[in-house]
Design a protein around this ligand. Structure first.
Ligand code: KG4
Ligand code: ZN
Length: 352
């Protein structure tokens, strides 16, 4: 959005105003294109948790007016649950299944056990991965030819650069590795701010030395991408092992990979490698369903409606919740298992 480009990122008040202006226009347009009327709808589903307070508020106020005016059932939806369930709109995926969600706003590894029933294996401790891809890209984009700047996604810029870079040139340390006696390195949690500091420091040094040419940027991007992906796949690997030890997965386990960062082909390849090793089926929904979208909220609403649950008895009094975990965090159980990761060979040279 041009407005967010001007404010240099998503500014909460600007986002809220854009929601207020655009929601009625988008809904009218969609109804028009579908050739249906509000009386044809079975219910209205809206994301009410978690997220930016002002944007949730704008969506909720608009939805309350809609359901009151057209006397429709109202289904409040958890944004992360919607991400987890979307895959079921395109193929048959039975509970329980694992979900790895990596985006600009989240990083989460969870076990979907049923509607409204999720166990959190790993969660983000600081900056989400997409936000760090964006920050690193912003630092190096000034040193690149204009063709790299034609996309607004920092992740895509890093991926394009990394394809031509040497990922072994700058060996950044992998987050949450270190000694297995430390609790953090036995968990499935995610942390990217330490890696971000390492990379930004390296860029600053290269800038001082006047060495930030295109080749150097490609090497930094490839080395950063390698460390970030290695971290994500390590935590996933531990999570899959834990589920197998505790018999939490199906006999033929399933992993759904989603979120904007899931567009990264190296991440997909690396996750597929782990899944193959662990006899786990990997499902990657198409990118337009991986990133934030309206279909996922509607689908989650439909899942609840079909089961006859989750319908609000008092829509007027539904509240939004900016912070709301998707389920119980069971990271302490994972730490107790003290899982040492078997070595997995990843052919990073192939990405040079
Ligand atoms: O899910 P999403 O569309 O929105 C939210 O953040 O909720 O994810 C957007 C994020 C951005 O931070 C973007 O840089 C990242 O996904 N992204 C990528 C790639 N494409 C998009 N990160 C790494 N590699 C990519 N190819
Ligand atoms: Zn999201």
């Amino acid at each position: 959005m041009l407005e967010h480009k001007i404010t240099g990122g998503v500014h909460p008040v600007t986002a809220m105003k854009l929601h207020e202006v655009n929601l009625p226009l988008v809904v009218d347009d969609v109804m028009d294109k579908a050739g249906i009327d509000f009386q044809d709808l079975s219910a209205v589903a809206t994301a009410t948790q978690p997220g930016s307070a002002l944007s949730l508020q704008a969506g909720l106020i608009f939805s309350k007016q809609l359901v009151a005016k057209h006397r429709l059932p109202f289904i409040p939806v958890h944004h992360m649950e919607a991400h987890a369930l979307t895959v079921r709109s395109i193929e048959e995926v039975n509970f329980p299944f694992l979900v790895l969600l990596a985006s600009g706003g989240h990083c989460l590894l969870c076990l979907a056990q049923n509607l409204g029933n999720y166990k959190i294996l790993g969660q983000i401790l600081d900056e989400p991965p997409g936000a760090v891809f964006d920050k690193v890209a912003r630092e190096i984009v000034k040193y690149l030819p204009p063709e790299y700047c034609s996309t607004t996604s920092g992740g895509r810029i890093i991926e394009a650069l990394a394809k031509k870079g040497d990922s072994l040139k700058h060996p950044f340390s992998i987050p949450l590795t270190g000694h297995t006696k430390t609790v953090r390195s036995r968990s499935c949690n995610f942390s990217f701010s330490g890696l971000q500091s390492q990379v930004l420091r390296k860029i600053a040094i290269l800038r001082e030395r006047n060495e930030l040419d295109i080749v150097t940027c490609q090497d930094v991007a490839a080395s950063f991408q390698k460390a970030a992906i290695q971290h994500i796949t390590n935590q996933l690997h531990r999570g899959i092992i834990f589920c197998q030890i505790r018999n939490l997965s199906q006999p033929s386990p399933i992993l759904v990979l989603s979120g904007g960062v899931a567009a990264n082909s190296c991440l997909r390849e690396s996750v597929l490698n782990i899944c193959n090793k662990m006899n786990t089926k990997l499902i990657c929904p198409p990118i337009h369903l991986c990133t934030d979208n309206g279909i996922m909220i509607a689908w989650a609403g439909m899942e609840y409606l079909k089961q006859g649950i989750g319908i609000s008895e008092d829509p007027e009094n539904v509240r939004y919740e900016p912070r709301s975990p998707l389920g119980d965090y069971i990271g302490n159980e994972i730490i107790k298992e003290n899982i040492k990761l078997p070595k997995v060979k990843v052919s990073w040279k192939r990405h040079i």
